[in-house]
Design a protein around this ligand. Structure first.
Ligand code: HEC
Ligand code: HEC
Length: 386
């Protein structure tokens, strides 16, 4: 199935415009003015989507707090999960399994004690629960460890987007002195001493005579592309199950796509525009603004996906916000005001305690409910036939 990414922004634009120009006339009026075209298109896309789901699209309920049917269809199209990753769907299962094991292999580090999984713990949605990352011997990193889910769809990597591909990204932590302090010839030497590893590399990369950096980062990237966040209650609502969200969560959704303005950056099924913005997190780190370019000197960070966010605390590039309620308080008046703030951020947003609780309840519906402890990754390691 085609990726909805190119379309959701336009659909969101139409829906937001309709809501923005018709505030006094309410949701139903806005729905009418959204016109037949986006709604009809949304329905078609939702039906295509429904082929891969058990539920089919039907009229949404009409209780006061719930979206009117046509409007719900637009949102459902915007948030629909694609059927398959855009690239890498055809990755060789043996390569993914090799990447799975390399991700957990401390032989990739200079000190022999650190692996990717030391910081990206699968049981915490591939984060570490710390404010900022911690390297070997307690070396503190300056940024929060991001989740690794759904990166097959991402367009750049790191909080500042400085890596363009997953393979390029993987070199970073392996070589960084304060992360894995690895050295590729030494890593290759260690792996080549392991006959089982040699055999696996030979199977996955028949054209390569030796294990070297390109093969190692290629296998790691293939494994990372296979990490797709689990289905959630929000996905069930998106697929047409009107009862999947409670009333408080539906009210939170209305804030997310309405007065909160969260949708303008956190739209699409991953809840990110893959863009860079200043949302007013205090601190000296400029993120992407440290690079050359039009934004040089102004703070800019990548919009994180909100998938599995219930399991990735603390939040923001510096891990400065401990809970989702703290994040909501940040947007509702708690952020720093400065000229570089994103123009799409709702200025002077006010949310009372009940609205804050509803918004947090909604955010949690984009996370799976199995919770930390269950090893989510076991489901993604390909089982290979001997
Ligand atoms: C010492 C802790 C640590 C280790 C070990 C580590 N990482 Fe990370 N990782 C981080 C931190 C911190 C960031 C964010 C850094 C930044 O944005 O500047 C990050 C960012 C990433 C990202 C970018 C995600 C995104 O959304 O942009 C990917 C992908 C990633 N790491 C993969 C890996 C892989 C693969 C390995 C092993 C080769 C690894 N990491 C080892 C701490 C670690
Ligand atoms: C202008 C774009 C924009 C808008 C609007 C926006 N966000 Fe964000 N969001 C971001 C960016 C960028 C970050 C990362 C900021 C940083 O680390 O400095 C972020 C971070 C977050 C995080 C932390 C995720 C993590 O893994 O650390 C959450 C949760 C979040 N936003 C929720 C919301 C909610 C709820 C709203 C609406 C009230 C909202 N956002 C509005 C761009 C936006």
């Amino acid at each position: 199935m085609m990726d909805l990414a190119p379309n959701w922004k336009r659909l969101a634009g139409v829906a937001l415009l309709a809501l923005a120009v018709l505030p006094a006339r309410g949701v139903e009026a806005a729905d009418t003015h959204a016109g037949p075209t986006p709604v009809a298109e949304a329905k078609t896309q939702t039906q295509t989507k429904a082929e891969t789901e058990t539920e089919t699209e039907e009229a949404a309920p009409t209780a006061a707090h719930e979206p009117a049917p046509g409007r719900a269809a637009v949102w459902r199209a915007i948030f629909a999960r694609p059927a398959a990753p855009p690239q890498g769907a055809a990755d060789d299962p043996a390569k993914i399994a090799l990447g799975y094991d390399l991700f957990r292999d401390t032989r990739l580090s200079g000190g022999g004690a650190t692996s990717c999984a030391s910081c990206h713990d699968p049981a915490r949605a591939f984060t570490d629960g710390r404010r900022t990352g911690q390297g070997p011997a307690g070396a503190g990193l300056s940024r929060n460890v991001p989740s690794l889910y759904n990166l097959a769809w991402a367009t750049s990597f790191f909080w500042d987007g400085r890596a363009q591909t997953l393979a390029e990204q993987a070199r970073g932590p392996i070589l960084a002195e304060n992360e894995m302090a690895g050295h590729f010839p030494a890593i290759a030497g260690r792996l080549e001493h392991d006959p089982a590893m040699m055999a696996r590399f030979a199977t996955v990369f028949p054209a390569s005579k030796h294990i070297a950096e390109p093969e190692i980062v290629d296998a790691l990237a293939a494994y990372e592309r296979s990490l797709v966040s689990p289905m959630t209650r929000f996905d069930r609502w998106v697929a047409g199950d009107d009862g999947a969200l409670g009333e408080n969560e539906q009210r939170g959704f209305e804030i997310f796509v309405g007065k909160g303005g969260c949708i303008s950056c956190h739209g699409g099924w991953r809840a990110t525009d893959d863009g860079f913005h200043d949302v007013g997190v205090p601190g000296a780190d400029l993120g992407r603004g440290a690079f050359d370019g039009p934004m040089k000197g102004l703070p800019q960070f990548k919009t994180p996906s909100l998938r599995e966010a219930a399991h990735t605390a603390p939040y923001m590039h510096d891990g400065s916000l401990a809970t989702l309620l703290d994040v909501v308080a940040h947007y509702a008046g708690g952020h720093v005001k400065r000229p570089s703030l994103a123009p799409t951020l709702v200025p002077d947003l006010t949310l009372d305690d009940a609205e804050r609780a509803d918004l947090v309840a909604f955010l949690k519906t984009m996370s799976s409910e199995r919770g930390p402890g269950a090893s989510a990754d076991e489901t993604t390691r390909p089982v290979l036939k001997k």
